[in-house]
Design a protein. Structure first.
Length: 255
């Protein structure tokens, strides 16, 4: 694809970090700098071009969207934890039965849960398993509407998610995010600059100082227990209290 682009200037990663031998088809490359968080690696392109990076996502819902989607948010007393079920790869997902256990434990704490995301086959299957196993059914807000998803995440008191798009949207929006990391390297693709204290790192072994690599580690998501997730949700509510009026909408990460 890079070779076919009719551009005189094709900027890419250095040879070490370029994937699929793409370095062969670029006309210039950013300076070698080793592996970092992928967001910082992409900022290196701006540095190469002399463009100062601006950390301001502006993902939040517009006033019109907030009015349109208000009825989709649970009308309940107490905090709401939004939960993401699906990702692009099954190995990144947390088992549905553990969501069910965590949902019941959170209900006992007075936390209402809401399933958010799309309506893929795996997400629908996971939602059905949760409904069958959980004593306290979560609100089902699964739908193919990305802006509605942004609104729901922005309103939620806590977001629980494996490594997938909604996780990073939640971090950008400033919603306290419990990241479930096991298959992918959190140092490379984990929450960017925020909520590391809420992250559950099942990628590394206890005490392991692993390198920043793109290595996948299958079978690690099963290490995450419902009890660990509940504890992180509790920590999020204590450390980052928010209300509907405090939802940021700006999505500007702290430095």
């Amino acid at each position: 694809m890079t070779a076919l682009l009719p551009s005189d200037r094709k900027l890419g990663f250095d040879r070490e970090r370029a994937r699929d031998a793409n370095w062969l088809f670029t006309t210039e490359r950013i300076a070698p700098a080793g592996q970092h968080h992928v967001q910082d690696q992409y900022f290196e392109f701006l540095q190469h071009l002399g463009v100062p990076p601006l950390l301001e996502w502006k993902l939040g819902p517009t006033p019109e969207e907030a009015e349109c989607y208000a009825g989709a948010y649970p009308c309940v007393d107490g905090p709401v934890a939004a939960m993401v079920l699906g990702t692009s790869k099954p190995a990144k997902e947390w088992p549905a039965d553990r969501y069910a256990t965590a949902i019941d434990a959170l209900h006992a704490m007075g936390v209402r849960t809401m399933l958010v995301g799309g309506r893929s086959e795996r997400e629908l299957a996971a939602a059905e398993t949760i409904r069958r196993m959980a004593r306290h059914a979560p609100v089902d807000a699964l739908e193919w509407d990305l802006r509605k998803l942004v609104y729901l995440i922005d309103r939620a008191d806590v977001l629980v998610s494996p490594d997938t798009g909604p996780l990073h949207a939640g971090v950008a929006l400033g919603t306290p995010t419990v990241a479930l990391m096991g298959y992918t390297n959190p140092k490379r693709v984990g929450p960017y600059r925020r909520f590391h204290d809420l992250m559950i790192d099942a990628y590394g072994d206890p005490g392991e100082d692993y390198a920043i690599t793109a290595e996948y580690r299958p079978g690690r998501m099963e290490r995450i227990t419902p009890e660990a997730v509940v504890e992180k949700v509790k920590l999020a509510l204590e450390r980052y209290p928010r209300s509907a009026s405090s939802a940021s909408g700006s999505g500007q990460p702290a430095p």
